[in-house]
Design a protein around this ligand. Structure first.
Ligand code: NIG
Ligand code: FE
Length: 432
């Protein structure tokens, strides 16, 4: 993907003749994440137009109206026009769960699983997350930054304009801060938006095995305070599951996060069920994975704004037969999001369309539900829906242009990339 960095590129762009424009504009009670039938409201405009100025969306409507607008008419020559005839334009994807700070793919784990080993067996035998630590601990910050930058570019090529990105493959104070700094540096060189998360509680590193409490103390008393003080993270995440952190440890870590002004989110119910109500007092932005969740907890979540984020790429790549029961959540009124979970162990994909395709075919989400979950509800899962996730005047100019006639083709053409242009905070990036 090449970014057009002419001086006026961020200042103005007029997308015209858009075959199908999905605005995802606010539905009535839209000061909360979308749930139930609201997930199907895409705000469709035929022959649409979007005008962006200074990185923001200024107007959204029909091509006819845009061309009649006196302000636009007067300045037409200075405005960059983008002809979107026969294309679909949607809000840029908000990928609200990724782990991009690692060095090498985990090909041994991949082959072991093909031969029949499970994720837990591989982790117990020294593979899994622990086998990614050495690479990050030994890497220079600039090398990590370069890795992250490449991923962000690939994500943008697939239509993603906002990325939540976690540390979590260093698991020492120094290497977690280095990971967060690499994220910050890569983010500042990318026109899109990165929301950083400290995942010091990804797994207990082997030097603390048998004394996990000591490691939790480091997370609570060193990593969280430093990350907060240096403004390196907005969220704290915990992998709360068997083989990772207990609910008690998760509570301690959330306490520390709150104390230091960071918001919380967690990997929950990936391998086993954990009662969720004990964490609600921390007002988590999102619980992610959610393969194993009780009916009672689903009922509780339906009353709240904590988003259930599904990451079906992980189920696919681990070769699981079962996927999260999205229908149970949606039909109960739980707000749901979709994310890639980009990481070297369980989900090495940067493609939101792929995550959507899996959600449709394996989890029986409808294409409109998948689009809402990958855009506006991803923004809710990061608590930035006031500026991301829909195409509305005043929001950030984050758009994805697809070379398809019908929005349902986005999850339909799985494994192919039909995104031909992405606009990130007003900067136009085209696929070369
Ligand atoms: O979301 N489950 C915890 N974290 C990642 C996997 C990380 C890894 O295996 O490297 C996940 O699936
Ligand atoms: Fe994850």
């Amino acid at each position: 993907m090449s970014e057009r960095k002419t001086a006026d590129q961020r200042s103005s762009a007029l997308l015209l003749n858009i075959g199908l424009l999905l605005t995802l504009h606010s539905v009535a009670k839209d000061s909360r994440p979308r749930r139930g039938s609201d997930l199907r409201e895409l705000g469709v405009i035929h022959d649409g137009a979007v005008f962006c100025l200074g990185g923001k969306i200024v107007s959204v409507g029909s091509t006819k109206d845009a061309l009649r607008d006196p302000w636009i008419k007067k300045r037409r020559k200075q405005i960059t026009e983008i002809d979107c005839t026969g294309k679909v334009v949607i809000p840029g994807f908000v990928d609200s769960h990724t782990h991009p700070v690692f060095v090498r793919p985990r090909l041994v784990d991949f082959e072991k699983r093909i031969e029949g080993a499970t994720y837990e067996q591989i982790a117990a035998a020294g593979g899994g997350i622990r086998s990614s630590l050495e690479g990050v601990r030994n890497a220079a910050k600039a090398a990590l930054k370069a890795k992250v930058s490449n991923v962000l570019r690939d994500m943008a090529a697939h239509g993603t304009t906002t990325v939540e990105a976690k540390s979590g493959y260093g698991l020492t104070l120094e290497s977690e801060l280095k990971s967060l700094e690499a994220l910050r540096d890569a983010a500042s060189a990318w026109p899109g938006t990165v929301v950083s998360t400290l995942l010091g509680a990804h797994v207990v590193p082997k030097e603390f095995q048998g004394c996990s409490q000591k490691y939790v103390e480091i997370v609570c008393k060193e990593m969280i305070p430093q990350a907060a003080k240096r403004n390196l993270a907005r969220f704290v995440d915990v992998f709360c599951d068997k083989g990772a952190f207990t609910p008690e440890e998760t509570g301690q870590i959330f306490d520390s996060a709150m104390k230091h002004g960071l918001q919380v989110r967690a990997h929950m119910g990936q391998l086993s069920e954990t009662a969720l109500t004990q964490f609600l007092r921390f007002n988590p932005a999102s619980f992610d994975h959610m393969d194993h969740v009780s009916d009672d907890d689903v009922k509780q979540l339906a009353k709240l704004d904590t988003v259930a984020t599904f990451v079906p790429g992980a189920n696919y790549f681990l070769g699981l037969k079962k996927y999260p029961d999205a229908r149970r959540f949606i039909d109960a009124g739980v707000p749901v999001a979709l994310a890639t979970d980009y990481n070297p162990g369980t989900s090495p994909t940067m493609s939101m369309p792929m995550a959507m395709s899996l959600a449709c075919t394996q989890m029986k989400m409808s294409p409109p539900e998948a689009i809402s979950a990958a855009t506006i509800n991803g923004a809710w899962a990061l608590r930035i829906a006031d500026r991301k996730g829909s195409i509305e005047p005043g929001k950030d100019a984050d758009l994805a242009v697809f070379d398809v006639q019908d929005y349902r083709e986005i999850p339909y053409w799985y494994g192919a990339n039909r995104c031909c242009m992405t606009i990130l905070n007003g900067v136009v990036a085209t696929r070369s």
